[in-house]
Design a protein around this ligand. Structure first.
Ligand SMILES: Nc1ncnc2c1ncn2[C@@H]1O[C@H](COP(=O)(O)OP(=O)(O)O)[C@@H](O)[C@H]1O
Ligand SMILES: [Mg+2]
Length: 344
């Protein structure tokens, strides 16, 4: 595997609200390697966005990063000045969010907005070159009739086209890392598919590392190299894409997989969503956050949060993976043996 570009270590982020402390992220660690597409997946409320906003330091005023390190190209981003952080966000780390309309200025033609993005970091660029660069970006993200479209306003674009403009803007300065938070969630499936294909192509062309956040494992399957599964402000499992889909090591991952159309191996089985709902993060459970919804939970699961079990390059936290867990009725027993066999 290539060297790491981002290393998040034991990140804890809370919001101080009138209802008390919302412990949104409770000790999250993961690594993104150069040129890799890392998926962060989990149901709504798992802490995915707060994790990425902590990395970018774009949190609400009520938020506090309580502990942890965010090492980007060797620098701890929790320690740099606001000004340095703004520079890093403009030049080295770019982002794309779910709702492009809120990030685009409705009064300025899209081509001009992308050009401005380029100009900020190349103040001496000649007008001809700027136009050429902007046009090339529009072509790169496959905006049809790019030349004509440069002059259009955001409202003249469809949601899918606006999202392409956002991706063009994000890529304008060839960032080392792109963080995309549910960028295709609001789009219909065909457009979503086109954009994912485009992101993959751009990653190959530019060598950009990408963190792709989604609640949809189907999207992860299509795009990502490796996956971090989050729940209740914690990482429950992380593995490469093949291992995760072939041999998930956490009941939560198993539950997510069972609810994805087209991934379900048993064609006769109906898709099932996981019963129950995520925990209230003002009072996070002291044990495994998934225990109350887990079909395999035992008494220890509600009492104590399980530690990570590492198998090769992957890891998961579940009491069923512990050496002293009962073998009978343990769905992870065989999976663990298989994972160890492959040492993947
Ligand atoms: N500004 C905020 N103030 C208080 N709580 C918040 C705020 N933003 C997010 N949260 C809470 O933090 C938790 C994680 O949220 P989030 O990271 O947005 O989840 P996800 O992106 O996985 O859907 C949730 O319980 C959410 O309600
Ligand atoms: Mg989110």
């Amino acid at each position: 595997m290539s060297e790491p570009i981002l290393r998040v270590e034991d990140l804890q982020t809370s919001f101080m609200t009138s209802a008390g402390e919302v412990q949104a992220v409770r000790g999250v660690s993961f690594t993104v390697h150069k040129g890799e597409i890392l998926g962060i997946v989990g149901e709504s409320g798992s802490g995915k966005s707060v994790t990425s906003m902590s990395v970018l330091r774009l949190l609400a005023d009520t938020a506090r990063i309580k502990s942890g390190k965010v090492e980007f190209e060797g620098t701890d981003l929790t320690k740099v000045s606001d000004r340095q952080m703004r520079e890093i966000r403009g030049q080295k780390i770019a982002m794309v969010f779910q709702d492009p309309m809120s990030s685009l200025n409705p009064l300025i033609p899209v081509g001009k907005q992308v050009a401005e993005m380029i100009r900020v970091h190349h103040p001496d660029i000649k007008p001809d070159e700027l136009k050429e660069k902007t046009l090339q970006l529009f072509k790169d993200v496959r905006i049809p009739e790019a030349e004509k479209r440069l002059k259009a306003y955001p409202h003249e674009f469809s949601g899918g086209m606006r999202q392409r403009v956002m991706i063009a803007m994000a890529l304008a300065n060839h960032p080392d890392l792109l963080i995309a938070d549910e960028p295709t969630t609001a789009l219909d499936v065909t457009i979503q598919h086109q954009i994912l294909k485009q992101m993959r192509a751009l990653q190959q062309e530019y060598g950009t590392s990408i963190i792709f956040i989604t609640h949809d494992l189907g999207v992860v399957a299509e795009l990502c190299d490796r996956v971090v599964v989050m729940y209740g402000g914690l990482v429950m499992e992380q593995a490469n894409i093949y291992d995760l889909f072939e041999n998930p090591l956490h009941p939560y991952t198993m539950g997510l997989l069972a609810s994805v159309p087209g991934l379900n191996k048993d064609k006769n089985e109906r898709l099932q969503s996981i019963p129950g709902s995520p925990p209230d993060m003002t009072r996070p459970p002291k044990g495994c956050p998934f225990a109350s919804r887990c079909a395999y939970a035992r008494s220890i699961c509600a009492q104590e949060c399980p530690p990570f079990v590492e198998v090769g390059s992957r890891s998961a936290r579940c009491w069923l993976l512990q050496p002293d867990a009962p073998a009978e009725g343990n769905p992870l027993h065989e999976k663990l043996a298989k994972a160890k066999g492959g040492a993947g």
